[in-house]
Design a protein around this ligand. Structure first.
Ligand SMILES: Cc1cc2nc3c(=O)[nH]c(=O)nc-3n(C[C@H](O)[C@H](O)[C@H](O)COP(=O)(O)O)c2cc1C
Length: 251
């Protein structure tokens, strides 16, 4: 393996979400590099169906922090990026291409394409940020009040915010959050359901120790317990109506 590969892997394997930042600003030079890295992510048929809104204005960050469930680091981070799936620009492209309005299908496949495109782009930016010594955390909380967020940022039809991202120089060094045993997620040739429960039980042990260390002994719950509490709850049930309002026909 080439040295650069090792360096990239080192960065990937050292990832942890950062939720406390130094006040040092993140300059435009850095922002442009992050977005260029994002733009080089693979993109379905070259559609590049994403836009990213950089927010540094303290008042806007304060509003976004409140709309995200009072996540203070949204306000405190020097740079907040809102990653949006964007099918709007493609309709403009269609018009440029043939000289008359072209309406996209706006269906589930296009919704998925745009959502995947923005996620891949954002993760490229996240890795680039970490390679540059910055820290980051995704903020799915911006979907809590997605209508208000869209209004605040002036999002047109066919553009929707998928998640935000706090970026700044880390002022903490959290523990690495352990992941499932590799065997739980890697299947050879065919999906193997025979040992999932064993892998999960093994993970629960590791996870409990992590939670206990992270919380100074206060939290000792297992991952499987956390998932059991989480998965039955239908979160953010407003999203379908919102997406329809933004112009999608999910069917
Ligand atoms: C799409 C997405 C949304 C997330 N939303 C939030 C969020 O709103 N607030 C937060 O503190 N962390 C959020 N996270 C961070 C996850 O909690 C974190 O990545 C996960 O616990 C694993 O920890 P690690 O990133 O430190 O390895 C989000 C992560 C993803 C991928």
């Amino acid at each position: 393996m080439a040295t650069t590969d090792h360096e990239t892997l080192r960065i990937l394997m050292n990832h942890r979400s950062i939720r406390r930042y130094k006040p040092d600003p993140v300059g435009d030079d850095v922002l442009l590099q992050l977005v260029q890295a994002a733009q080089m992510a693979s993109t379905s048929s070259g559609v590049q169906a994403f836009s990213v809104i950089s927010v540094r204005n303290p008042d806007t960050k304060k509003k976004l922090a409140a709309l995200s469930g009072n996540q203070v680091y949204v306000e405190e981070c020097p740079l907040f990026l809102v990653w949006c799936a964007d099918m709007h620009r493609l309709e403009i492209a269609g018009t440029v291409g043939v000289g008359e309005p072209v309406k996209s299908a706006r269906n589930t496949e296009q919704f998925l394409i745009a959502t995947v495109d923005v996620a891949l782009a954002a993760q490229n930016a996240a890795i680039a940020a970490e390679a540059m010594g910055l820290g980051m955390v995704y903020i799915g909380g911006i979907r809590n009040h997605i209508d208000e967020v869209s209004e605040l940022l002036g999002l047109p039809e066919l553009v929707y915010p998928v998640f935000g991202m706090c970026i700044g120089y880390p002022d903490q060094e959290p523990l690495l959050r352990p992941r499932l045993p590799l065997e739980a997620v890697l299947h050879e040739e065919r999906y193997d359901d025979t040992r999932q429960a064993d892998h999960i039980s093994a993970y629960d042990q590791v996870y409990r120790a992590y939670m206990s260390e992270r919380s100074g002994g206060k939290l000792t719950g297992s991952w499987s317990e956390a998932m059991a509490a989480k998965i039955p709850v239908p979160a953010r049930t407003h999203l379908l109506a919102y997406l329809e309002k933004q112009g999608f026909r999910l069917e």
